[in-house]
Design a protein around this ligand. Sequence first.
Ligand code: 13P
Ligand code: 13P
Ligand code: MG
Ligand code: MG
Length: 368
Amino acid sequence: MAEESRLTLSVIKADIGGFVGHVSSHPDILDTAKDKLNHAKENGTIVDFHVLRCGDDLELILTHTKGCDNTEIHELAWNVFSVCTEVAKELKLYGAGQDILSDAFSGNIKGMGPGVAEMEFVERKSEPVVIFMADKTSPGAWNLPIYRIFADPFNTAGLIIDPKMCDGFSFRVLDVKEGRCITLSCPEEMHYLLALIGTSSRYIISSVYRKTDGEIAAVMSTQKLSFIAGKYVGKDDPVAVIRCQSGFPAVGEVMEPFSFPHLVEGWMRGSHSGPLMPVPFYEANPTRFDGPPRVISAGFQISNGRLIGPHDMFDDPSFDSTRRIANDISEYMRRHGPFQPHRLPEEELEYTTLPLVLEKLKDRFQKV
Ligand code: 13P
Ligand code: 13P
Ligand code: MG
Ligand code: MG
């Protein structure tokens, strides 16, 4: 790859079947995905790849030179998910093909079920990136940590120490309910930004740019499965990609907000609020009440498109107390059983099977 050419980093993910239930993925699925992508690497479609899983979600990390929203790359991911679904069906894994909401590929994988986060950039002299992948939650889960990484100087010292970051960052926010977006600039519009993104089920940060030169800093997947399928088919377990160092937040500044296990939507049946627990790869198996929600983090140095890594970023005892607190919070939240705010409000459950239960009572209500 020529030194100044633009590289695309695409993270495309889908739940194509769980082992056991919604807890994890089966090794045969990961092997199948690796085989297929190896082939694509050999024939030059992609430069490099890495396959991971978080809970029951299959994560394809790809580098290539074809740009974002590229049909060939999206079709490749679609084909990987399709063959993996065949394996999942063969093993009768749970919810085989869960996120594959369409029968045939139609040009762009967005809107067809899988989650997508892609960015294109000229590779720097050194290009550290950190990829976050979560299970049993939804894209709004990134709002709080992304805000803290790119707008909060109490988290990111670089916002006041590094001249390239002092002007701040701009945030593209998606209103998933109305299908519109807005860009807000920090620090000037911080209060407006927070006024929106605190409603994390509706307003979702989709990308972040450095204001000094407009460079892309972060991208998040924002797909809402229920809006595509019209019913609950599993949560929209999200991914986020963040560039680090030399004018972007340092790796440690990117990791820091995850030391607070904030409450996110998801957990059992995608219908509960619970703490986001940062875990090493091997602990991303949510079994307690299908949770609590997990996040893993893979760090890479990119070298001429090659993915050098991953480093398992949460495999660090400095996150032990976060995990302990997340367990304490889980215990506290679970004691609420079916009561809010552990169980999500009714509006958030409109795509689940709850309305069918309420339907059964509708004729028994009397006017007061
Ligand atoms: P850079 O500005 O070179 O990224 O250095 C910041 C740093 O690594 C401090 O932790
Ligand atoms: P997933 O979205 O990870 O498949 O989980 C679905 C669920 O309902 C867990 O209880
Ligand atoms: Mg699942
Ligand atoms: Mg999942």
